[in-house]
Design a binder for this molecule. Structure first.
Ligand code: SAM
Length: 350
């Protein structure tokens, strides 16, 4: 996730109120949310259900009253005994990850929430996703046993870890947490305006260009990093909550898994440029934060610039910064990843 200030700075410099701002790899929806706060019209796209749900919740927040009403209804209809029986049949990982009461509530909510069809349910699902797992030992706002917040660790590894350290899942009440989170999230009013949030592969965007609101003057985005994370596998528990299988998968959501082999990665980035070439307005700006392992930052800038030829329109590189980072949170959980992480920011103009 890039910080809000990153999106804010570039949106402020390169667009004005009313302009359309695109993020084809929206993740947690930072660009879309910031664009709305600044009176721009965001388009956000992501292939991953978690990203889509979170971005929609952030940008299409329902009224707090409607949210509270739905929570009261859901809690009133919850029957602990029948969901507890179902909870008892879940795989071993879940028995260690959650207290039986919490797991029963999660199974019930997973079954009841129509998050694709309803903004209210999408917000509730988004709030659960934010609390589904994390550093429970430090904070009471997570529902799980001790886990990283950023990625869902693999089932067998997690069970070994909990057994070894004697960690027990805390008794947390999902409804209580939802009510607290709702109050907290609405302390500052959600941004007004329209956002177009798309759940699809960014390569399909040119095919629906007639549905997009006007020419795209600015893109602020961050594609998957090279050899750092597989969003599908690393978000498997959140994907489960949204209806996916109760184990990590690869290739179920993304049509490809191109983020490990450099040649395939750069072919994917070429696809991104093809899409941008088809959609970005004349003189439009593109700001990209990108990273990777096992590659020097300078080489990354060179390859990113070279691949812009696939846009089939002249693109100028106006600004770049590079850095080599160590000791990121990913290091602690993805043992065996190579080299330190390079990160670059590049500003291009068509
Ligand atoms: C580095 S993250 C974006 C982080 C984001 N800037 C934020 O602040 O949270 C890259 C995102 O690209 C998405 N993604 C990967 N392949 C995609 C594709 N073919 N089309 C659209 N999104 C894709 C992943 O699901 C992931 O959410």
């Amino acid at each position: 996730m890039f910080p809000e200030t990153f999106a804010e700075t570039w949106i402020d410099q390169l667009s004005k109120p009313g302009d359309v701002v695109l993020d084809p790899f929206s993740g947690r929806g930072t660009t879309a949310f910031q664009s709305m706060l600044m009176g721009r019209k965001p388009i956000a796209c992501d292939v991953n259900d978690v990203a889509y749900c979170v971005t929609r919740a952030k940008t299409q927040a329902p009224p707090l009253r409607a949210l509270r009403r739905r929570l009261t209804m859901l809690e009133g209809d919850f029957s602990r005994a029948s969901w507890s029986r179902k909870a008892g049949k879940m795989p071993e990982f879940f028995q260690y990850a959650y207290h039986r009461k919490t797991l029963s509530q999660l199974l019930y909510l997973r079954n009841k929430l129509k998050w694709r069809a309803s903004d209210v349910d999408c917000m509730i699902a988004g709030l659960i996703l934010g609390a589904l797992h994390g550093e429970t030992e430090k904070s009471p706002s997570y529902l799980s046993n001790q886990m990283p917040r950023t990625i869902s660790t693999k089932p067998a590894y997690s069970v070994r870890f909990w057994q070894k350290h004697g960690f027990k899942a805390p008794e947390r009440d999902a409804f209580q947490l939802l009510r607290k989170q709702a109050t907290f999230r609405y302390e500052s009013p959600p941004p007004a305006g329209d956002a177009l949030i798309l759940h699809r592969d960014m390569r399909q965007l040119p095919w629906i260009s007639d549905q997009l609101p006007g020419p795209i003057g600015l893109v602020v985005t961050s594609p998957p990093y090279l050899d750092v994370t597989n969003f599908e596998e690393d978000q498997w528990l959140r994907l489960w909550f949204l209806g996916g299988p109760p184990y990590p998968t690869r290739g179920r959501i993304s049509r490809d898994d191109r983020y490990e082999r450099p040649d395939a990665y750069w072919a994917f980035i070429a696809d991104m440029w093809r899409m941008l070439g088809a959609l970005v307005a004349k003189n439009g700006h593109v700001v990209i934060r990108m990273g990777g392992r096992g590659i020097q930052p300078e080489e990354m800038v060179t390859k990113l610039s070279a691949s812009s030829q696939f846009a089939r329109r002249p693109v100028k590189l106006l600004f770049q910064t590079t850095s080599a980072l160590k000791g990121r949170q990913t290091d602690a959980f993805l043992k065996g990843t190579r080299g330190c992480l390079s990160e670059i920011d590049c500003h291009f103009q068509f």
